[in-house]
Structures are given as C-alpha cells and as structure tokens.
Design a protein around this ligand. Structure first.
Ligand SMILES: [Zn+2]
Length: 149
C-alpha cells in the first residue's frame, strides 16, 4: 500500500471525466487499497480516484457505519422531493466548508471488488457522500453547487 498525493482545486485533472473500468484486475485492487490509505491519512470519509490523479471511475467511502469500494458507480434514482441541505467539505478543496443541497434518498448501482453488480439504497450522509464522489468522476466539485445565501 502507498499513500498517494491528493490533487487540489486548480489542478485540471479534477475537471476531467473519468473512464469506466472494464474489469477488476490487480491494478484496480491496489488503487482501491491506496485510496483507502490516503483517505484515512487525510481524515476523509470519501475519495474518488481523480483526486489522486487517476481518471478511473472508482470511489471509496467510509462513514464508520459502512465502508464501500465502488467501481463504475451510477446513481440510478434520486429523490427530487426529499432533499438535505448540509455542510460539505472536500480533501481537494482544503479549508472550505459550505452548504450543498443533495437528495436525501437515492439508489446507486456499482461493481464491487469481486466483480459483482450491486444495487443499494442510500440515505442521509451516505447519499451525500455518494453524490459528492460521483460528481468527482464527472469533473464536478462541491464548490460548483454551494447554495446561494
Ligand atoms: Zn471531494
């Protein structure tokens, strides 16, 4: 395992669209291990591969009650009536925390490290972190979505 350098806002890689992963090979497993290590080292609850300079659709999440590595995550449903407004920060935007509106309920489909396709419902913080990390795969930062005051 190895710590990777976290890219910060201004680095153009954070604005690129990440590529789908075709199959789970040793490189992807190492990438996921390194992402967890890098995220824990930085005290984060989620990390997306482009944040360490890898343009692949891979995210990791650990919100204490659950831990996930998601390959090719897709939000296949999100509520447009049950919303949450909450404070968000990002390891790639150090020192900034602001309010972002997110769906409070969503469904996500992804591949796990065993190559199985999983569908899950997510709520509350879990839904927020998924939205934030999937945005990274599409070159979007939470600062693009801060609610107007
Ligand atoms: Zn982030």
């Amino acid at each position: 395992m190895a710590l990777r350098q976290i890219r910060v806002d201004g680095d153009e890689i954070l604005r690129k669209i990440s590529k789908k992963v075709d199959n789970i090979d040793e490189d992807i497993k190492i990438l996921v291990e390194d992402m967890f290590e890098t995220m824990y080292d930085a005290d984060g609850v989620g990390l997306a591969a482009p944040q360490i300079g890898v343009l692949k659709r891979v995210i990791v999440i650990d919100i204490e009650v659950l831990k996930r590595a998601m390959i090719n995550p897709e939000i296949i449903y999100e509520s447009d009536t049950e919303m949450q407004d909450g404070a968000e920060g990002c390891l790639s935007v150090p020192g900034v925390e602001d309010i972002v509106r997110r769906p409070n309920v969503l469904r996500v489909r992804y591949m796990n490290l065993d190559g199985e396709i999983i569908e899950e419902e997510a709520r509350d913080l879990y839904a927020r972190v998924i939205c934030h990390e999937v945005d990274h795969l599409n070159g979007i930062l939470f600062t693009d979505k801060i609610l107007e005051k």
